[in-house]
Design a protein around this ligand. Structure first.
Ligand SMILES: O=P(O)(O)OC[C@H]1O[C@H](O[C@H]2O[C@H](CO)[C@@H](O)[C@H](O)[C@H]2O)[C@H](O)[C@@H](O)[C@@H]1O
Length: 346
């Protein structure tokens, strides 16, 4: 759409944005609104991309101390946590990237270690265990390869229970929940468009997570983040049923339905028979913004606990912390959990 704007071009628009046939387009105006008159960008998305990817700096000692005081290490508090869960069924929820696997440049190579897989396998022997990931369910399954677990892919929008013969399976039915099914053709279309649009930005990568998409900028030069963000915004502005969210050097495109990792957690607890129960103690370990939705649900239920994997102080709804994925694996050593008497649901 072209709109006429009664202001002089030279004072308002930086050289890159000039009128077409004497008219300023909406996009031009938007671009102008994102600059502060000196031509410096104050693009909200770009600012937020920077803020969610801070350059690592040693955190201030005082900040770190006060944060650790409010979010003590889940390892040092293990005995207290276990006594709070006494007589209750612990259910374990694990995020994948940054929690079970280290963050790496190539998302296709985010492998978990054999040690981590063993730790998860062992936990799942004693406790119902779910992987809750932004990735597509099939892909996260390929990384984890444990058929006894629940998997919630696409940020919880694609949930499947353990295959036949596993003890946490509910009766004969396989648990399945895909609340965003109708968005599949749209997501596919946007995936193809984005692939085309971002191929000019070196290092950018679109990952098809089935019910949502990830646009990675970890390998994009910072000076091109703004351009990439603009391309993504332009594409999704034609799709009001989609929304933009952010993770670790990634822009996430999701359906606008009210369904997130928190809903997935509640759905899984309900599937296990703990919808309204006080006899359950959910433990959720995650590292990212989308995991906050699950931490919030735990706070609201006043049950269990959230553990944030983070080296640096961060605002979070989690109660405890772990420094890095390797700590998550030592947290999950089987003897820790097997000491607690567990009620195994039928
Ligand atoms: O919910 P998660 O399991 O944490 O998934 C969130 C996103 O994780 C992946 O991206 C992140 O990890 C990559 C590999 O280490 C890294 O290269 C990227 O910068 C991170 O954002 C995954 O690729 C995404 O699809 C997930 O949405």
């Amino acid at each position: 759409m072209a709109i006429a704007v009664a202001i002089s071009e030279s004072t308002l628009f930086p050289p890159a944005v000039s009128p077409i046939n004497g008219y300023f387009t909406t996009n031009m105006l938007l671009k102008k609104l994102e600059t502060n008159g000196n031509g410096a960008r104050i693009n909200a998305l770009l600012d937020s991309m920077r803020a969610s990817s801070p350059t690592r700096r040693p955190s201030d000692n005082e900040d770190q101390k006060s944060w650790t005081l409010h979010h003590p290490s889940a390892l040092s508090m293990f005995e207290e946590i276990m006594s709070a869960s006494k007589g209750k069924q612990i259910v374990v929820f694990l995020d994948y990237d940054g929690t079970l696997s280290p963050i790496v440049e190539d998302p296709d190579r985010a492998f978990m270690t054999t040690e981590m897989r063993e730790a998860v396998r062992n936990v799942a022997k004693f406790l119902p265990t779910a992987i809750v990931s932004g990735r597509c369910r099939a892909k996260v399954y390929d990384f984890v390869r444990l058929s006894e677990l629940y998997y919630a892919g696409s940020h919880g929008m694609d949930i499947k229970g353990p295959s036949k013969g596993h003890k946490y399976r509910k009766g004969n039915q396989t648990v399945l929940c895909q609340p965003a099914r109708k968005f599949l053709p749209m997501i596919d279309r946007v995936y193809k468009t984005l692939m085309e649009k971002i191929k000019y930005v070196p290092g950018a990568k679109v990952e098809n997570n089935k019910f949502c998409l990830s646009v990675h900028y970890r390998c994009v030069e910072e000076k091109r983040w703004g351009e990439l963000g603009d391309e993504v915004k332009l594409v999704i502005q034609d799709y009001p049923q989609l929304r933009l969210s952010q993770g670790r050097k990634v822009l996430e495109i999701l359906p606008t339905i009210k369904w997130d990792k928190g809903n997935a957690l509640e759905f899984l607890l309900e599937s296990l028979g703990y919808a309204e129960s006080n006899d359950v103690f959910p433990v959720y370990i995650g590292d990212d913004r989308t995991d906050e939705d699950a931490f919030k649900v735990l706070r609201k239920r006043g049950q269990g606990l959230g553990i944030l994997v983070s080296k640096a102080p961060k605002e979070t709804n989690a109660s405890y912390s772990l420094q890095e994925p390797t700590e998550a694996s030592s947290y999950a050593v089987p003897t820790r959990f097997s000491r607690v008497e567990q009620v195994v649901p039928t």
